[in-house]
Design a protein. Structure first.
Length: 114
């Protein structure tokens, strides 16, 4: 369970919470006004990529949260999944009559409906 250890104002008057997560790991929850974020966007993005939670506020109310984008999965994992699905489907498939004879059961030997 995460517990807040301290809450303070950063040098640029942003509210920062230092949160102890577990096993000596810390997270920082930072609230910055949108107008202040314009001047320090590069630093805020760097902190968000590092795992800090950055919340941009408008008139003191949370507006948006900066979070890192998950890296796109490579094609290898997708290919393995598709191949596994094809193999599983092929194992379940049963052979039956070909299309030319698929409705033969509807007709008698004389070619008339049964």
């Amino acid at each position: 369970m995460a517990t807040t250890l301290s809450k303070y104002l950063d040098m640029d008057h942003s509210i920062v919470q230092k949160i102890y997560v577990a096993d000596g790991q810390w997270e920082f929850n930072m609230r910055v006004s949108v107008s202040d974020a314009k001047a320090q966007l590069t630093e805020l993005v760097r902190r968000a990529e590092a795992g800090d939670e950055i919340v941009l506020t408008r008139h003191g109310q949370p507006a948006v949260r900066l979070v890192p984008v998950r890296p796109a999965s490579d094609g290898t994992a997708r290919r393995k999944l598709l191949d596994a699905a094809r193999i599983a489907g092929a194992a379940k498939a049963t052979t039956g009559p070909d299309a030319a004879h698929s409705q033969d059961f509807l007709y008698g030997d004389d070619g008339l409906p049964a």
